[in-house]
Design a protein around this ligand. Sequence first.
Ligand code: NI
Ligand code: MN
Length: 226
Amino acid sequence: MEFTYYGHACFAVKVGEKNLLFDPFISSNELAKHIKLDKIKCDYVLISHGHEDHLVDAEQILKRTNATVVSNYEIATWFASKGVEKYHPMNYGGKWKFDFGSVKFVKAEHSSMLPDGTYGGNPGGFIVKTNDGNFYYAGDTALHSDMKLIGEFEKINFAVLPIGDNFTMGIDDAIIASDFIECNKIVGVHYDTFPYIKINKEEAVNKFAKRGKELILLSVGETKIL
Ligand code: NI
Ligand code: MN
């Protein structure tokens, strides 16, 4: 699968001919000024929770591309109320088969209020299963023991985990999370964007390596086959 990092917790995964975009936050990200928002192709926009740093560009992208927004019920219908035509609401534990594969919406330990103060439902993560492989995006979350269920019952080829600490897991808890989900290939997100979440990247990569795990930290705009 072709993985492109757009900074913060925004990334795209190309599955077959379909482009999946996660948590679009580009125009307000100082580290992503070189990314051309209007050039991003997408068929689906998956949003983990209602915080601004996960959806600031979503409405614009959804309306330009006519993509489908996939999120929890509250967020999906919030976009519908703004005139987004294609939306797919989900809730914890639910799975749906799309044309690129299946998506399961799973628990995250965080909060979720939309930018205008609307209740944003429960924050979540996604388990995406496709013919090209499976991946897990945890969303913004603390380490939590339900991640063990993913390790026990799902086969994950790579996982996208927050590592910036303060608002989410930090590096040490992300390593434990990778044990829980039984996945040794981790893409780190949600770091360096703001002063609260600045990390030492070399130290982070080394800590994962010491546990026999690969922490992949991409530069903004970089694409890698995973
Ligand atoms: Ni958040
Ligand atoms: Mn966040």
